[in-house]
Design a protein around this ligand. Structure first.
Ligand SMILES: [Zn+2]
Ligand SMILES: [Zn+2]
Length: 169
């Protein structure tokens, strides 16, 4: 089964195929030119932008003493027969990322269990994912997820610049 290249939703039927990508809806397919452009960002420009961003101030705490990267944290909450879970991504320093992972661990541990059967099944998974992320050593290389975000930013700038160039007579 394939999933949407924009939102990650599973595509059972239909969807749109453009070049090598699949999208679940017309709304998601609107991102296509941006993703194509992001693939073509030259490596040297990407590397320069990635290392510049990694050393900039953290968007959350404004400090400058740690590398910026993507940090995921995982949540689940339940109410009897209803259980919802999600993974969120923050671009921030490791200290802020770990704070969210710790809060999400507590969130899961208090609110996750109270649903049958999914609460009981998903809660330990989400807790383990948070704890694993908390214990992971700080990587000395930027993650692929971070590079992907930087690629999209560069592509967006480029497309915006193209859009504002006046058409020649
Ligand atoms: Zn989608
Ligand atoms: Zn921070």
């Amino acid at each position: 089964m394939s999933s949407c290249d924009q939102c990650g939703k599973s595509i059972l039927f239909g969807g749109q195929r453009l070049d090598q990508r699949r999208y679940c809806s017309a709304a998601c397919a609107r991102i296509h030119p941006l993703l194509e452009m992001a693939d073509r960002v030259p490596v040297d420009i990407l590397q320069r932008q990635v290392s510049e961003w990694r050393q900039s101030a953290c968007p959350k705490c404004k400090r400058r003493d740690g590398a910026i990267d993507v940090h995921e944290h995982h949540r689940v909450h339940s109410l009897v027969l209803m259980t919802q879970w999600s993974t969120r991504r923050n671009v921030c320093c490791r200290r802020c990322g770990r704070r969210e992972q710790l809060l999400s661990t507590l969130y899961c541990a208090t609110l996750g269990w109270w649903g049958f059967p999914w609460g009981l099944l998903v809660t330990p998974v989400q807790i383990v994912r948070n704890v694993a992320a908390l214990c992971r050593r700080e990587a000395d290389r930027p993650s692929a997820a971070f590079e992907q975000i930087v690629r999209r930013q560069i592509a967006r700038h480029y497309l915006d610049a193209q859009a504002t160039v006046p058409a020649s007579p």
